[in-house]
Design a protein around this ligand. Structure first.
Ligand code: GDP
Length: 333
């Protein structure tokens, strides 16, 4: 799908159609924000500025888990449950591996087959982009577009590798970890930083033979979460660990109820808006940083000087700090 060309009238038209909930317009706009072309970027920025006036807000939920833990099964079952309640659900993905494979975790048509046919749902695969920073920007902007299009819940899925969890936690209202039932001493394998980001841990596959192990895992994680920290902005008992079975569609309503309790509580005490404000500031600063770097590398003279100084540092002729000071002094002129 080609992004539309960039007259103000066309941008206005696209914005109007997005706000009217037209899926094709939404898909087209996401293609536009994914584009690396300068003229597309300018139109994307104009569009984002325009749709910000819609004032609509979705509940943004991040969901992370290792491959095979049941993310797509969960999102399909959870998403279908929400759409059955009359909620509009958008699913986006942050896929750090797509940069390498050129593929996409949501690209496989067999994933979320029922949800993808649901008129109340919108599923957008992760684009293959070289940099995680680019994927982050595109996902943030896609979230804004989905909100303007009137989606009630935006789910952002990511595979539990590298820095993608941090990225997703920094663009969502709730961050959920999906875990598998573990044997006795597997729990230590979860990185502390990820546990600290989690607003809720769902232990999936709590069904059949796996159920006893899942229940043990739930209480292990519940204990670990209690030890980690208290969150003054959250109600007593949070963050929680709960058992679910995406396959048997069991525990999903309870999980949703807990997510809503947490979100409502934070809305009431201001933590919800504060978190969004902090995130907005963070992404603003990230954009400025990225823009500055892009400008630097676009200037041939600066690139040449960076290259020369880099070589001098690599060969031990200049200390890194000295070279950096020289580079910055050049820029200051
Ligand atoms: P993803 O890689 O995290 O997206 O995982 P998938 O959703 O593709 O699921 C991986 C495998 O686990 C599939 O064979 C699923 O059928 C299975 N699975 C997913 N959820 C459950 C569950 O709740 N219970 C059981 N027993 N199996 C599940």
């Amino acid at each position: 799908m080609q992004p539309v060309s960039a007259s103000p009238a066309q941008t206005e038209d696209l914005a109007t159609r997005i706000i009217a909930g037209e899926r094709r317009a939404l898909a087209r706009a996401i293609t536009l924000v994914e584009s690396g072309r300068a003229d597309h970027r300018a139109q994307a920025t104009a569009l984002l500025d325009r749709i910000a006036q819609s004032g609509r807000q979705a509940l943004r939920i991040g969901l992370s888990g290792t491959p095979g833990v049941g993310k797509s099964t969960f999102i399909e079952a959870f998403g279908m449950m929400l759409t059955a309640q009359g909620l509009k659900v958008a699913v986006l993905a942050v896929d750090p591996s797509s940069a390498r494979s050129g593929g996409s975790i949501l690209g496989d048509k067999t994933r979320m087959e029922r949800l993808s046919r649901d008129p109340m749902a919108f599923i957008r695969p992760s684009p293959s982009q070289a940099q995680l920073g680019g994927v982050a920007r595109r996902t943030r902007e896609a979230v804004a577009l989905c909100e303007a299009a009137g989606f009630d819940v935006v789910l952002i899925e990511t595979v539990g590798v590298g820095q993608s969890e941090t990225l997703v936690a920094e663009m969502t209202d709730l961050f959920i970890l999906l875990m598998a039932p573990a044997g006795g001493d597997e729990l230590q394998g979860v990185k502390r930083g990820i546990m600290e980001m989690a607003d809720m841990i769902l232990v999936n596959k709590a069904d059949g033979d796996l159920k006893p192990a899942a229940m043990r895992t739930v209480s292990d994680y519940a204990g670990a979460l209690r030890l980690l920290r208290k969150r003054p902005q959250d109600p007593e008992g949070f963050p929680k660990a709960l058992p679910v079975s995406a396959l048997a569609e069991d525990g999903l309503a309870k999980a949703w109820e807990e997510m809503r309790t947490l979100a409502d509580w934070r809305r009431a005490n201001g933590a919800f808006d504060r978190r969004r404000a902090t995130q907005a500031r963070h992404w603003f600063e990230a954009e400025v940083r990225e823009g500055l770097l892009a400008r630097l590398t676009a200037d041939p003279a600066i690139r040449a000087k960076m290259g020369a100084l880099g070589e001098a540092v690599a060969e031990g002729r200049t200390a890194p700090a000295v070279a950096a000071a020289e580079m910055l002094a050049t820029l200051g002129n």
